[in-house]
Design a protein around this ligand. Structure first.
Ligand code: DOR
Ligand code: ZN
Ligand code: ZN
Length: 424
């Protein structure tokens, strides 16, 4: 089976490529990348005017399967991924039951393989049941296909527990993904603490709730010489803590979400619960710091924290609405916007969604080198489209961007050479 992707602008940061080239796929793998490849008997995909990138990787996704399928499942979640140009996701373990044992890991991997439209790499929990008191069987879980460990949704409260988790995970070089939050400082807050929370009469979450937890986890990573990945950095302080730690040689990486580099807590005015997530939308100063962190390489990856919730869990009073928004289908245009605004070069933007997260997850994806699996995204960077709830593949519609016109979208997504999504 041969496919020739012709005349696209190939942007493959891993291999320092950004030029108009053809890509030949044979039996699901990249066979050649060159100009004017002779098609022979290959099926031709005309990519003129399109960007051709490695399939995008979203390293922070909640698929809600098993147990919370009324919000999302592996089928709909990976369809949403494919529609967003994403060919690989790492999924968080806060499912029911929690991904803390081999049976659940095997279920997720098998369902994704058999019925999914994207590769799914499970992240297992740090503690059993995410309860915070006993470490999960990390070695066995890693062996079973997990790419790292996290109690995401919750912090690992106990410092000693986090220390042991880092030490244990380090014996097989797996990262711990930290949801950095000091719950005693969050103290029941519902949005960022600042002038807007005061005006709205909502209890605030101060930036120090994130910074204090980030600082602790970075120090523990430094102390143990283990790998730490800080999820969804949203404050100026946490970006700076990661920057300084990297300069000291700490093995720390981090990610930022499109919502944290696009929106401020001003979006909460009107009490729109689709502006409620954890960490919360912050101040303009924080947004600027996150964008600077993306630009200077402090932030390694853009990840969505795709967090589907049912309408009934969002259509309630702001203070009691669940945290989180869906993100897979708006990742690409929001990231390309940073290119339009000259925050990032196109190559940087693509790296943040491909080779960088691949390196953190330790997966053989995010590259269009000869021999690699042909996961590929064809992008029309100029096409405008409006986010319509009815057209989203995700089962949940909790996005603050419904009704918003975006620029740029995936027009075709290939998974090991097979088209899993096409936009006409
Ligand atoms: O907004 C969020 N949603 N933050 C989290 O930490 C958890 C996530 C979820 O699972 O809904
Ligand atoms: Zn989180
Ligand atoms: Zn999350």
């Amino acid at each position: 089976m041969k496919i020739l992707v012709k005349s696209g602008r190939v942007v493959d940061p891993k291999n320092a490529i950004d030029e108009k080239l053809d890509v030949l796929i044979v039996d699901g793998k990249i066979a050649e990348v060159a100009s004017n490849i002779d098609a022979g008997d290959a099926e031709i995909i005309n990519a003129a005017g399109l960007l051709v990138t490695p399939g995008l990787i979203d390293m922070h996704v909640h698929l809600r399967d098993p147990g919370l399928e009324y919000k999302e499942d592996i089928i709909t979640g990976t369809k949403a991924a494919a529609a967003g140009g994403v060919t690989s996701v790492a999924c968080m373990p806060n499912t029911k039951p929690v991904i803390d044992n081999l049976a659940v890991v095997r279920y997720v991997i098998a369902k994704a393989r058999e019925q999914g439209s994207a590769n799914v790499f499970p992240i297992a929990s740090v503690t059993q049941g995410m309860k915070g008191d006993l470490l999960s069987e990390m070695g066995e879980l890693k062996e079973g296909g997990c790419v790292g460990f996290s109690d995401d949704g919750l912090p690992v409260k106990d410092g000693e527990m986090m220390r042991r988790a880092l030490e244990y995970a380090n014996t097989f070089d797996a990262p711990i993904f930290s949801h950095a939050e000091d719950l005693s400082l969050v103290a029941g807050g519902a949005m960022n603490e600042g002038p807007v929370s005061t005006e709205l009469g909502l209890k605030g979450i101060p930036w120090v709730a994130e910074d204090a937890a980030t600082a602790r986890d970075i120090m523990l990573a430094e102390f143990t010489a283990a790998r730490l990945h800080v999820c969804h950095v949203s404050t100026r302080g946490s970006v700076e803590l990661v920057r300084q730690a990297k300069a000291r040689g700490v093995r720390v990486t981090c990610e930022a979400t499109p919502h944290h580099f696009t929106l401020t807590d001003e979006a909460v005015r009107g009490y729109d619960t689709n502006a409620k997530m954890n960490p919360p939308l912050r101040s303009q100063q924080d947004v600027d710091a996150v964008r600077e962190g993306l630009k200077d390489g402090t932030i390694d990856a853009i990840a969505t924290d795709h967090a589907p919730h049912h309408h009934d869990e969002k259509n309630v009073e702001f203070a009691i609405a669940l945290n989180g928004i869906i993100g897979l289908e708006t990742l690409l245009p929001l990231t390309l916007k940073l290119v339009g605004e000259k925050v990032l070069t196109l190559s940087q933007a693509v790296a943040l969604m491909t080779c960088n997260p691949a390196a953190i997850l330790g997966i053989d994806r995010g590259s269009l080198a000869v021999g690699c699996v042909a996961d590929m995204t064809l992008i029309n960077p100029n096409r405008e489209w409006t986010v319509e709830a009815s057209e989203l593949q995700s089962k949940s519609k909790n996005s603050p961007w419904i009704g918003t016109t975006m620029k740029g979208c995936a027009v075709r997504t290939l998974l090991a050479g097979k088209t899993v999504f096409e936009r006409s």
